[in-house]
Design a protein around this ligand. Sequence first.
Ligand SMILES: *Cc1c(COP(=O)(O)O)cnc(C)c1O
Length: 369
Amino acid sequence: MKEKKILVTQPVLPALDDFIPMLEEIWDSKWLTNNGKFHQEFEKGLAEYLGVPYVSLFSNGTLALVTALQCLRITGEVITTPYSFVATTHSLRWNNIKPVFCDIEPDYLNLDPDKIEALITPRTTAIMPVHVYGNPCYLKRIEEIADNYGLKVIYDAAHAFGVKQDGESILNYGDLSILSFHATKVFNTIEGGAIISHDAKTKKRIDNLKNFGFVDETTVVAPGINAKMNELQAAYGTLQLKTIDDSIQKRKEIAHIYSQQLNIIEGLSFLEEIEGVVHNYAYYPIFIDKDKYGMTRDEVYEKLKKNNIFARRYFYPLISQFPSYKGLESAKKGRLPVAERVADEVICLPIYPDLGKEELGRIIECLKK
Ligand SMILES: *Cc1c(COP(=O)(O)O)cnc(C)c1O
């Protein structure tokens, strides 16, 4: 008999009993979108939870990225990482910006600050780093480079919900940060996203842009887009805020079991926790040294699959290897040695709050061969 399917993730949903009265309220009011009651409540609740001054809700993270670039009028070239989900680079392309891929550092697989400066040209206007797997980028180093060269910084913080460093939200770094609340993320509103900004004027500009550029009934100040979050998602989101701490705690326990059990397997490695950082345990990536472990990453991936365990190779292929980008000078083979190596070694193991001990045991046994 085949064992139960284990997927890489499984979303947490709010209690239906809590959600239904909210739906009734929405049905009564007939206010479905455009900054309604639940939207306002959720924006406020999120800002408080995250420890940030301004949140602008979005229908998804990708439109938040596209709008963040519009808001800061980014043009020309932007330095970014190839080791991420495709939406990071797509958001540049949708703004007619040329992505310039920079290699990642080998410790936490984020943009390597030592390699950024060499890629700056007169056309460079911004840096778009990603806190990959929710591990903070080298924030201070990136800020220093941006300040020296007059560049903007937009963080793709899609993985970094709730992450803090030295007691402060990492979303407070850079000019803007974007979040994703897609069903597969640590915190979900089914689909959804947000931009974190640091002053009221910028928030206003973002809020105009996500609503066609309207500032009042008859005034349109920019070629904005429609990227608004609706009332159903916002209500769902306020409920999610009540259970997120518990969800992250459960993820943490699973991550710790993985780390204890996998530590003793020759040829497998994983990312250590960082001192002073409150992690969210969004992903559990492991890295396979094929010589020491005796199998390639793809062989491990297939073996897990045969055992009904559906791990994912995040992030393989590199964004720079997709047809839309592989012709770029910065995407050429050999230009991104660390990212190229890691993309061939990585596998993200299943991790989600409801992952049971028995299922966890099955995954670990399979890796112990
Ligand atoms: C999920 C994700 C996005 C896109 O967010 P959506 O809400 O799915 O549009 C962008 N960047 C990264 C790094 C992501 O993981």
